[in-house]
Design a protein around this ligand. Sequence first.
Ligand SMILES: [Zn+2]
Length: 248
Amino acid sequence: MKKKTILTGLLIFTFIGILFATTWYETKVKCPVCKTKNTFQQIGSYGGYIYGWPSKYQYIYWPVTETYSVYSCSNCRYSAFMWDFEDISGDTLQLIKSAIDTLSITMKAKKDYTKIPISEKLETAELFYKLYQTDLDFWCRFHRIKGYHYEEENITSKANASRLIALDIADSILTDTFNNYRKKELLLITGAMRHFTGQDSLALIDFENAKSFVYNDPKSDSSNNSGMNDYLDALLVDYENMINNPEE
Ligand SMILES: [Zn+2]
């Protein structure tokens, strides 16, 4: 009887494991900068469940929570998020090629990019992105991702510094009235970064404030907007409960 219970438990556990599994497969990717052929990982499958995973409290989502997501060339060390890696051409590629030898990259090149701590790959990628990336949302998310991984690697002071940068950027995005339609989202981000830098009372003010707005992207349709609004509302309530009832 006992054995049967254990077996049933194992089966259920395995079933849930399959249900919530993200998968990867190996792929060859040519470095756009030095033309070296690298072996990287490509996304096989995932599901909407990733939006429920705990990284949501930092408003970042799989796959950026995994080291596979930051590609790094085993020869020249050019590094970027997997979806950006090959996506450079024209002037941007020329800019990178002419600047690469002047960048202060401390990271060592490795054949297996998964053996390099992701925080180091992100620091290297940052040097490249700084050459051409000016989008504030990109940088806000980039620093949230850095904060997440520094903490995972127990580099707490850098995690804190990254989160304060992300907070600063989110605050500045909020000051542009063009972004009023997504105040709910932006206040969730500022609150999250305040929570992760030990400012819970200010975080709760942001969350309460966020709940008073409706997410309404003029470029999106009403069903997507209401889906997003509902997701953010649920996350805000969940977050407030978590902060107010830490023992649960
Ligand atoms: Zn390369």
